[in-house]
Design a binder for this molecule. Structure first.
Ligand SMILES: Cc1cc2nc3c(=O)[nH]c(=O)nc-3n(C[C@H](O)[C@H](O)[C@H](O)COP(=O)(O)O)c2cc1C
Length: 293
């Protein structure tokens, strides 16, 4: 399977590239992280059926990741994670003030280490408050941009965010035409402060392959969390502009480059799953190619 990141020129169907959020994610960091999540899901599924996978991430060019599938996998290795693929979800609600159990923290650390990704778990009040303030500033700035609001409004309008995203509940028209940044800033800052842990994944390099690796690591963390009854909630706004990424890096005194930030904790109530694209909505070419040329 080949995951591409560039546009097919002729007779195109909507594909991976159409899901790139140009305003929110101008440097494609989240785009490549998301492809990493998809690649890892595929690898876990292949492993479950006894197939081995080799993942190759060319440093440049239209192919972001190539997953070579062949015989020889260990069907038992990831069986528990496979069972969580359809169960895992993003929870946008406040989390319970119950600490993340130590065995879960240890397992999560092991998972990310396999990808050369480092994990910082922020559990103390003061740095969490500083992150919350940074999040609020990011929300206010992003939502102050008409182009950003228009992009968000489009995604709300096509139903892709489901109804569990707070934005989706505010509605397309409101997001597109009103500056609801103050409201989002207050809400998101409170979500961060209330979470027992805020996690930041970082990589030594800031290239495409590192971002795919961070996405793969995150997908495993999300599945491990789900297996332990915990929820995750990525919050990307701080990382969407270079200056705030650097501020976060300084704030946490990180050696590496922050790639992904998410809340980790226990949520109450039922799981709310975001609707999925139909399989035909993802371009398939040459047997199993997701994406475009
Ligand atoms: C790279 C990446 C960045 C994300 N950033 C955000 C975010 O800033 N805010 C948010 O609420 N969810 C964020 N999410 C979660 C997605 O919105 C969520 O995964 C998607 O809506 C599908 O829902 P599900 O995780 O429940 O399956 C992010 C996910 C990924 C992979």
């Amino acid at each position: 399977m080949v995951v591409r990141g560039r546009r097919r020129r002729h007779g195109r169907r909507p594909g991976v590239e159409d899901r790139w959020l140009r305003e929110a994610d101008p440097d494609r960091r989240e785009f490549h992280l998301s492809l990493g999540c998809a690649v890892e899901t595929l690898r876990i599924a292949a492993g479950r059926f006894g197939l081995a996978c080799r993942v190759v991430t060319p440093p440049s060019g239209p192919v972001v990741a190539r997953v070579e599938v062949g015989p020889g996998g260990n069907p038992h290795r990831d069986v528990a994670l496979f069972d969580r693929i359809t169960e895992r979800y993003t929870d946008h609600r406040p989390f319970r003030w119950t600490p993340v159990p130590t065995p879960v923290v240890e397992r999560v650390r092991d998972e990310v280490a396999d990808f050369d990704v480092s994990l910082r778990l922020v559990r103390e009040e003061r740095p969490k408050r500083a992150i919350a303030e940074l999040q609020a500033a990011a929300d206010r700035a992003q939502m102050g941009s008409e182009a950003y609001r228009r992009e968000l409004g489009r995604w709300i309008g096509n139903g892709a965010l489901g109804d569990s995203w707070p934005f989706a509940r505010v509605g397309r028209a409101a997001v597109t035409h009103l500056n609801v940044g103050g409201r989002e800033a207050r809400r998101n800052a409170a979500l961060i402060e209330s979470a027992p842990a805020v996690a930041v994944l970082s990589t030594a390099d800031d290239d495409r392959g590192s971002r795919v690796a961070a996405g793969r690591a995150f997908q495993r963390v999300a599945l491990v969390a789900s297996a332990a009854g915990l929820a995750v909630h990525p919050m990307s706004q701080i990382l969407e502009r270079p200056a705030r990424r650097e501020t976060l890096r300084g704030l946490l005194d990180l050696d590496a480059r922050p790639q992904h930030l998410f809340r980790l904790g226990f949520a109450d109530g039922s799981r709310r799953h975001t609707p999925r694209w139909p399989a035909e909505a993802v371009t398939v070419d040459g047997g199993a190619t997701a994406g475009e040329e």
